[in-house]
Design a protein around this ligand. Structure first.
Ligand code: DX5
Ligand code: ZN
Length: 221
């Protein structure tokens, strides 16, 4: 199992040439495709759905697709994303009526399951379900838009979650999303994260390979 995973958020990719752009970022060394789903209800923005996920699979993308659901309600979309080729599905606990049921639904459909925490979402949502999770995703910005600044309080929250993961004795990925760039990735890794979403930091640069290599250099320090 890879120690660190880099997951470019395609929110900042070129939607008019999405297949090519995703292929390019993967060839540049990315591990996972982070797929942001926004519904103009749970968050104030509107993005892409299962049809686009399916289109990426049909185009030939074979890397894991990490579907970050910023939608309410959640459950209806899970079978659709599983059938569209999602590998991981994460959701926000406040957006689900029955958190345990939603986790089970994701797993029954053959995907890895994760809970997502906004900067102000309390960690007690992990009680009684942490043992069922494959991923815990901490938002380091408020969800809805790419290109925001990293919220520094995320560092202490990451450390708390890392301890909870250790105490659970389970092999759970600790993913972080929002404002991640070459300059802060080492500090975020030191706090316990092992999967890094980065949208604007990668897609705003002409050469994705250079940014991803710089991130890996920081992680190796
Ligand atoms: C925010 C999304 C993020 C976002 C990250 O709601 O969940 O995945 O695209 O973008 P950057 O890396 O630009 O903060
Ligand atoms: Zn995201």
């Amino acid at each position: 199992k890879a120690k660190y995973l880099i997951a470019p958020s395609i929110l900042s990719a070129d939607f008019a040439r999405l297949g090519e752009d995703v292929e390019r970022v993967l060839k540049s060394g990315a591990d996972v495709v982070h797929f942001d789903v926004m519904d103009n209800h749970y968050v104030p923005n509107l993005t892409i759905g299962p049809m686009v996920c399916k289109a990426l699979r049909n185009y030939g993308i074979t890397a894991p697709i990490d579907v970050h659901l910023m939608v309410k309600p959640v459950d209806r979309l899970i079978p659709d994303f599983a059938n569209a080729g999602a590998s991981i599905i994460t959701f926000h606990p406040e957006a689900s009526e029955h958190i345990d049921r939603t986790i089970s639904l994701i797993k029954e459909h053959g995907c890895q399951a994760g809970l997502v925490f906004n900067p102000a979402t309390p960690l007690h949502y992990l009680d009684h379900v942490i043992h069922k999770l494959d991923v815990i995703l901490l938002m380091s910005v408020n969800p809805g838009f790419g290109g925001q600044s990293f919220i520094p309080e995320t560092i202490s929250k990451l450390k708390k979650v890392k301890t909870l993961i250790r105490n659970s004795g389970r092999d759970i990925r600790l993913e972080v999303d929002g404002g991640i760039k070459v300059e802060n990735i080492a500090e975020v890794a030191a706090a316990g994260a092992d999967m890094f979403v980065a949208g604007s930091a990668i897609f705003s640069q002409p050469d994705y390979k250079t940014v991803i290599e710089q991130m890996r250099d920081e992680l190796a320090k």
